[in-house]
Design a protein around this ligand. Structure first.
Ligand code: B12
Ligand code: SF4
Length: 459
């Protein structure tokens, strides 16, 4: 089959904020970079512009690839339907949901790609050209990240991220050896932490000309313990670049590494998103060794990290079996008084492929909810120690307080006053943007039913 072009689609929800989409479509940037130079490639990000009308221009010689998390999979299905109506013969679907629930996606996609597609995606393209496509490609390798899918200059130019996006994404490590009962990281990116060579990271930052970024790493903080020399090399290399600041997901153990924290500051690490997950010590078992659910321990950690002029965003999950409405009140009390730079509360969500989902199925506690509700702001199962209404109301109560304009302003100003005056202009954006983003996410909590799907596109 002659190939006219490859079109890669990222279903969106939030849309642009003041003309820009929030995070760059990093997954698709890496995949687009694997498309041979002689084949035209396009990335359509629904957070930048609607894609439904554009789908109608597609035809049989276009190869369509869609990436999707669980919450967007119904949108992906709709895109696939429209594309097929217009004569497209091959819609390929990959990403977290396809990997965790391939049989669900296989009902409407022509090709399902599971696992990392560094090896299989080029194969899919070649098989399309050779008229030899298989319905399922599985990459089981957890390959070494050296030299894997470097972002090409053609893709950098096409995405134009410095003008069209607020936050560039970047991958430094991938995988997490922990196995928290509610998390899919181990199945999506493996239980071994893999590292990108430092010179490739620097080369990518320089060629993309990015000054700020958010790491896509599952748990960069764990590398402080598992690969301290590597982390040191990364920090020394980043310190030489004129970055405005960057952020990453981490865990509380980073506070045990003062030397690395000092280097992190030199490297312009702006803030860490710390998975405290719970302030209820009874939930300790769910954290696979990550913490004790102890508030006094958390307070010490925050103080230590702040001591290096690095911000802390607290991430909390509610809905564990030992949680009650009191857990939410306690979380707010802690979040309010702990000096956190920002905070996020998410509702525990039983994603396919997790031990938690399996437990709920066995206990007959899973609600019959469409995938669009798997956004961590909606409840999709029956909690054990509170009613559905209690959990939802407590969650709303927390978010209304956490993201009130007054509390956002207070925290933003507090963060700014922690910096020396010369650093303030560079820190202004980051001091308010996280809270603002969480406030926008919370607003989706009150978009219901078909409106939630309509919001992904015109339907
Ligand atoms: C970065 C990230 C984000 C960023 C996304 C920014 C962006 N613009 O991309 C932010 C912070 C915004 C985010 C938000 C959320 N995220 Co998130 N996120 C991640 C994370 C950590 C990395 C993803 C990534 O970019 N990796 C790097 C790229 C290169 O790799 P990749 O995406 O895995 O893609 C590879 C393969 O999957 C495959 N592939 C992917 N798509 C396709 C498509 C085709 C056609 C092919 C062939 C192959 C293919 O090939 C790629 C190369 O190997 C993952 C965890 C993980 N390890 O995957 C969670 C993850 C994807 N997120 C998750 C969740 C739940 C969310 C939120 C709902 C969380 C929340 N509470 O708000 C929101 C949803 C927001 C929304 N409206 O969509 C879950 C998804 C679970 C699920 N079943 O859907 C994950 C797996 C984390 C987890 N621990 O469970 N997230
Ligand atoms: S530590 Fe974080 S990334 Fe690792 S399994 Fe637990 S929640 Fe997932």
């Amino acid at each position: 089959m002659d190939i006219r072009r490859v079109v890669l689609i990222h279903p969106g929800r939030e849309g642009p904020i003041w003309g820009r989409a929030s995070g760059t479509p990093y997954t698709l940037m890496r995949l687009a970079s694997l498309v041979p130079e002689e084949i035209p490639v396009e990335i359509w990000d629904e957070n930048l512009a609607p894609v439904d009308q554009r789908l109608r221009q597609l035809g049989p010689h276009d190869l369509v690839g869609i990436t999707s998390k669980t919450l967007a999979i119904e949108s992906a299905e709709r895109f696939s339907r429209i594309a097929h109506e217009c004569g497209v013969q091959t819609v390929v679907v990959g990403g977290a949901h396809a990997t965790l629930a391939p049989e669900d996606v296989a009902q409407w996609a022509d090709v399902v790609v599971t696992g990392e597609a560094y090896r299989t995606w080029p194969e899919v393209i070649q098989d399309f050209i050779d008229d030899d496509l298989k319905p399922h490609y599985h990459d089981s390798e957890w390959c070494d990240l050296a030299g894997v899918a470097p972002i090409t200059d053609r893709v950098i130019e096409m995405v134009d991220e410095n003008h069209r996006y607020w936050t560039p994404m970047l991958e430094i490590t991938r995988g997490c050896p922990r196995n928290c009962s509610f998390c899919t990281a181990i199945r999506v990116s493996g239980n071994k932490m893999r590292l990108r060579p430092v010179e490739e990271i620097v080369d990518e930052i320089e060629r993309r000309r990015i000054k700020r970024f958010f790491l896509t790493d599952d748990n960069f903080g764990l590398a402080f313990r598992t690969h301290p020399e590597y982390v040191e090399d990364v920090f020394r290399a980043l310190a030489k670049l004129s970055l405005h600041g960057w952020t990453t997901q981490a865990e509380i153990l980073i506070s045990e590494h003062p030397d690395l924290l000092a280097l992190a500051r030199e490297a312009n690490l702006d803030k860490v998103f710390l998975g405290f997950e719970t302030v209820n010590p009874a939930n300790r078992r769910e954290l696979s060794g990550k913490g004790e659910g102890s508030v006094s321990q958390y307070l010490k950690v925050i103080k230590k990290i702040h001591g290096y002029d690095i911000g802390v965003v607290g991430l909390f999950v509610v809905g564990f079996d030992h949680d009650t409405p009191q857990t939410v009140t306690d979380t707010w009390e802690f979040a309010r008084s702990s000096g956190l730079d920002s905070m996020s509360m998410t509702i525990l969500t039983p994603y396919p492929g997790t031990p938690f989902r399996q437990q709920l199925i066995e206990e007959n506690r899973l609600m019959d909810k469409q995938w669009r509700y798997y956004d961590t702001a909606h409840l999709t199962f029956h909690p054990k120690n509170m009613t559905v209404q209690q959990l939802q109301e407590s969650y709303d109560w927390f978010c209304r307080r956490a993201y009130s304009p007054l509390n956002i302003a207070r925290r933003g100003v507090r963060v700014l006053t922690r910096h020396s005056p010369s650093r303030i202009p560079r820190k202004l954006f980051g001091s308010f943007s996280t809270d603002y983003g969480y406030r926008k996410t919370f607003e989706w909590r009150h978009v219901e039913g078909s409106r939630l799907l309509d919001a992904w596109g015109s339907g």
